[in-house]
Design a protein around this ligand. Structure first.
Ligand SMILES: [Zn+2]
Length: 187
């Protein structure tokens, strides 16, 4: 690897038990996102990437959490900003044999964002998650206010038994493949 690469990563909500702690279903978004962020950061650091954890634990509301996250992100000059979230809305608590799966949001599907998002979705598909693909939006605060290229990963659904079962079995591998996708793109 040439010039040192720098990445920001964070969990998208307050910690469990506080206001604005994100989606809760069969697993808790706040807790699992923090777990993945820690593991992904370690993997990237092993590959020589400088990683800043921009997770916020003291937001007074979801908009305050987001403002604080963005302020932290923009303190560093980075190659990529990564937000880790979990999705909800499947309401499949029994399991129907089909995962809701993974999607990655970005503002403008181009360049490093498109490459990283596509690779993450493809690697998650290989682990058994439905590939929901990369998606474009201009309405997410984090994506609109970060200065570096930014992606928001919806890892899987917290309220789908198929997703959460697979997630629990593979969370360390999930962290590994997300890290590897980004490492590969930054090479
Ligand atoms: Zn979220």
């Amino acid at each position: 690897m040439g010039k040192n690469k720098v990445v920001n990563i964070h969990a998208g909500h307050n910690p469990d038990g506080k206001t604005a702690c994100g989606a809760v279903g069969l697993i808790k978004e706040s807790t699992e996102a923090r777990y993945l962020v820690k593991k992904i950061k370690e993997r990237m650091e092993d590959a020589g990437i400088t990683v800043h954890n921009c997770t916020v634990n003291n937001g007074t509301s979801q908009s305050d959490v987001l403002q604080k996250i963005v302020a932290k992100c923009n303190q560093h000059k980075v190659d990529l900003d990564i937000s880790i979230h979990f999705n909800s809305g499947r309401s499949d608590r029994k399991g129907d044999g089909k995962t809701g799966g993974t999607e990655v949001w970005m503002r403008g599907c181009s360049g490093i964002k498109k490459a990283a998002g596509t690779k993450i979705c493809n690697k998650m598909e290989k682990l058994g998650f439905t590939n929901r693909g990369i998606k474009e939006t201009t309405s997410l605060y984090f994506l609109n206010h970060t200065t570096a290229p930014a992606i928001l990963v919806e890892v899987c659904f917290v309220d789908d038994k198929d997703d959460t079962k697979l997630y629990k079995n593979k969370k360390d591998i999930i962290a590994k493949v997300i890290a590897e996708a980004v490492i590969k793109i930054l090479e």
